[in-house]
Each structure stands twice: as structure tokens, then as C-alpha cells.
Design a protein around this ligand. Sequence first.
Ligand SMILES: [Zn+2]
Ligand SMILES: [Zn+2]
Length: 238
Amino acid sequence: MHSFEALADLCFPPSCLGCGISLQQSSVLFCDSCLVKIKFISEPYCPCCGILFSSGENHLCALCLKKSWNFTKARSVFVYNDTAAKAILGLKFGGRKAALKTFRKFKEQCSPCRDLVIPDSIIPVPLHSNRLRQRGFNQSLLLARAFYPEEKEKIKKTALKRRRDTISQTGLDGSSRRKNMRDAFLVQKEADVYGKKIVLVDDVFTTGTTVNECARALKQAGAAQVDVLTLARVAKNW
Ligand SMILES: [Zn+2]
Ligand SMILES: [Zn+2]
């Protein structure tokens, strides 16, 4: 550990993002009892959207049997539950950048993530410029850098642009979400997209509407393939 980091941890003891108890190092996000509440995604899962199942072998889920997505496959590291939500909020609003080291390690250990295409371009889901100004950073870009630490030059943070400051998706049902997101994204650097195999990165896969709309724009601009990687995945019953 860097000595400055060690000193900072000494002066401002980090706390568990799950329950708030003190921790030794800021690069550790959770105490042991909260860490076990993180549900990592492993087999069996849907080979298309990546949703996990409680038993059986990998198979297409009911949604993917009837729906055709604009992306080829989606994978996520863990299930979005209360503990996961606290970790993501810590990253978004608490400036807990040390979280990224842990997320990187989690992703390296994620076996479904190994199905993802080897990308020519890695594209973070963009924030609208107003939102970016408020927050100061795009958490999807931070995640893309954490997930692909050796691929800096492939990360294309300006390839996609969010056209409208779409109102929060929270509380909207599926069809309202789709209307809200339709044409929300625009490819502004075709050279990063045309003929490329792409991994699109976001923090949470909720209904898939956001990444599906990004993938639509990328495919329309000539992307050869679009896969999706998110840190967390909303999954009922988990
Ligand atoms: Zn804890
Ligand atoms: Zn599926």
C-alpha cells in the first residue's frame, strides 16, 4: 500500500459500506459479515442477459426467449441487494474511489464475465453533461478503467453522448422507461464504433433499457458486436 494511503487510513479510519463499523484499510469495503451478503453471480445463468438461476444448467430465461436485445450478451459481477446498493452509493456520492480496487478484484474473479467479447472499444454509459458537472465524474468510466486496467487506450469515453438529461428511471415501469430512453444516446465518434467489438460498461443493470438503448445507437453506427458489463444486476428473489 502507498504510504500516503496508509497515513490517510490512519487519520480518517474507513468504515464498512454495509454497516459502518471501522475497517483497517480503505481498499477493503466491507467487514466480513457484510461481505458474505454480497451475492456474486455464477452458474447457472442466462447466456444472453446474464440473470442468475437458483438451480439447473445455464439456459435462456423467459424474457430472452421472447425479447431480442440490441446487445449480444450481458454479464454482471454481483446481485443488486441492500449491501451492493450501499457500495454503489459510496462510489457515486461518497467519493469512495478505493472501492474501485475491490470491484476490479471482484470482476477478475467473476466467471460469467469471462464470456464477454475481447473488445476493440470499451465504452462507458455516458452521463448527461449537466449531471457530469454536478457529480464531477462518471462512475461508469471509473468502472471501465477498474475492469480493464491494462486497456486504457481502448476506453472511449466520448464515443457515446447522452442527448437528453433523461429524468430518473426510478419508479417508471418498463414501457415508460423505454419511452424515456428512446433516442437518448448518440454516437459522436463513429471511428470508435464502426466495425468494432464493443464492451459497454455501466454500474447497474436494472431492466436493461439503458444499455439496450446504448447498444441500439452503437449497432446503428455499425458496431460489429456489443456486449454489456455491469457491476450489479437487479434480480428478483435474491
Ligand atoms: Zn459491515
Ligand atoms: Zn436472459
